[in-house]
Design a protein. Structure first.
Length: 260
């Protein structure tokens, strides 16, 4: 599966911009699937879907699909065909999903705020509707609240993963995004405060420096002897051992060491 490294690279590059790559398989035996993920050191989401090939009407293997926020298929092709130009084109039109159904007119302000990505404003606009005497209004308000709280919990979980893994640049990007999107509630203030504190930290500055050095080093690796490439990568990995870029450099160094 020569296309796997390519998919992992695309996923890492665009995940923070709203793109997520998930592999689907009809393998229903957990041990086999877990072994495959471990053997390939797979850094992609994997979903088990019964009769997935029939479901998506795949005419060949492997087949990839681009799905937009409304669930529409906007692209179909071989995984290797998933390139920067294609993804960048999608991102130009990327928007947050809107409320997918008609709700009570009493929720106009909350719906409008949600549809425009003003999630903090939407939550504030739900305070009275959630206590409304009309059960229909109340139920519709709870529906929006559940969508917003789900988004909140998902982002909080992602932030925890970034903190625990030392992905501080991704953490700051997420926090700053939520500080803007959830403006008007305490969560947004907490996000802004943590983002500011994190950006001022030594660890964050090292993450940025390591990434920039690795980005500068990468283009020239192909023209270097494997031994020299491995040496340069190991030097960067040692200097920035606790950063994402440092760890990536260590993995790349292993690949060049194998080519010696």
């Amino acid at each position: 599966m020569r296309f796997l490294p390519h998919l992992v690279e695309v996923n890492e590059k665009y995940r923070d911009k709203g793109v997520e790559i998930i592999m689907a398989t009809d393998v229903d035996k957990a041990p086999e699937l877990e072994k495959f993920i471990a053997d390939k050191k797979l850094k992609l989401g994997v979903a088990r879907v019964v009769d997935v090939y029939k479901l998506v009407k795949a005419q060949g293997y492997p087949t990839s699909y681009g799905i937009d926020v409304d669930g529409n298929c906007i692209w179909r092709g071989h995984p290797q065909g998933l390139n920067d130009a294609l993804v960048d084109g999608w991102l130009k039109d990327l928007r947050a999903p809107k409320i997918p159904r008609k709700l009570s007119d009493a929720l106009g302000a909350a719906v409008s705020a949600y549809d425009n990505g003003q999630y903090g404003g939407a939550l504030n606009a739900l305070e009275k509707p959630l206590k409304h005497k009309d059960e229909k209004v109340k139920a519709d308000a709870q529906y929006i609240a559940d969508l917003l709280n789900g988004r909140l919990e998902m982002n909080k979980a992602a932030a925890k993963i970034y903190r625990d893994s030392g992905e501080l640049e991704k953490l700051v990007a997420l926090l700053e995004g939520d500080a803007k999107d959830f403006g008007g509630i305490d969560y947004a203030k907490d996000c802004a405060s943590e983002a500011k504190k994190t950006k001022a930290s030594k660890a964050y500055k090292q993450c940025v420096e390591a990434r920039e050095k690795l980005e500068k080093l990468k283009p020239g690796l192909k023209d270097m002897k494997p031994a020299d490439a491995a040496k340069a990568l190991n030097k960067l990995a040692k200097e920035f051992a606790d950063t994402p870029a440092g760890k990536q450099a260590a993995e790349l160094a292993k690949e060049y060491e194998e080519k010696k």
